[in-house]
Design a protein around this ligand. Structure first.
Ligand SMILES: [Cu+2]
Length: 268
């Protein structure tokens, strides 16, 4: 496969937009900083009118998301309850950056794609596990209207509390005997998940209405495959850094390399 490297890497800086509407369900202090509210609101995509087509000559978008700046130290939290299961101190990482500067847990998606491959139902439900007083994975991709299994593999009570704009919020206790709760979401949106018992616990469920989504790995790497030829707006979103966009062109049977840099507005 031919690889196109012609796309310019730009330093895309987030301008934090503060204020805006707070969801009624979230009475808790934000752990993620001032960019978060705007980032959440940008997550709502609504009904996209996406059309499923046969993609016989798709291309690939591949790249790395990097963080530019000083990585903040994680915030330590003293545990007051459930210390047997959770330990006495936990850390909240606002950013996870690899040795290569790669930014983990960024969500890459083609936000203006109107036609492409079918988003296939997974062979087993996407699963959000609670184990060792942490959600795993931190970012879960889930197709719209498909069942998401929320597990509790700890001997204590957790609670699944979502902060959503377009979807109905969920707020359910999950004692240890309730090993699995099935949930689902009807609208594509990035849904924040909290546990009200343990403030360090946080995750996101990215509800998708098309397959062109990826979560960056520990080196910031991502790949979007089987993309119909065309030009798209690619969004890179991170829970504490917000969102940046970049135009990407895809050619049939070729690989478009796209590297994106993100920075914290607080360090400008
Ligand atoms: Cu919990």
């Amino acid at each position: 496969m031919k690889v196109n490297r012609g796309i310019t890497t730009g330093l895309l800086l987030l301008l934090a937009a503060c204020g805006g509407e707070e969801p009624a369900t979230d009475g808790r202090e934000s752990e993620a900083g001032p960019a978060e509210t705007s980032a959440e609101q940008e997550g709502a995509t609504g009904d996209s009118g996406y059309t499923v087509i046969d993609v016989a000559d798709g291309g690939v978008i591949r790249g790395t998301v990097s963080f530019v700046g000083t990585v903040p130290a994680p915030r330590s939290v003293s545990v007051s309850e459930d210390t047997d299961a959770c330990g006495e101190e936990r850390e909240i990482h606002g950013l996870r950056v690899g040795e290569n500067g790669g930014l983990m847990h960024a969500v890459v998606s083609l936000i203006d794609i109107t036609a492409g491959a079918r988003l296939e139902a997974p062979s087993s439900p996407p699963t959000l596990d609670q184990r060792g007083c942490a959600f795993e994975p931190h970012i879960l991709l889930a197709p719209v209207s498909e069942v998401v299994a929320v597990l509790n593999n700890d001997p204590i009570t957790h609670n699944i509390h979502t902060v959503a704009f377009a979807n109905r919020p969920i707020n359910r206790a999950q004692p240890s005997r309730l090993k699995k709760i099935d949930v689902s979401f009807t609208v594509a949106e990035k849904v924040r998940v909290r546990c009200d018992m343990h403030e360090w616990m946080g995750a996101w469920i990215v509800v998708m209405d098309h397959p062109y989504h990826a979560v960056t790995d520990a080196t910031g790497g991502f790949v979007l495959e089987n993309v119909p030829p065309g030009t798209y707006t690619m969004e890179v979103w991170h829970e504490t850094l917000g969102a940046v966009t970049q135009e990407v062109s895809v050619t049939a049977g070729e690989v478009s390399e796209v590297d994106v840099e993100m920075a914290s507005s607080e360090q400008q």
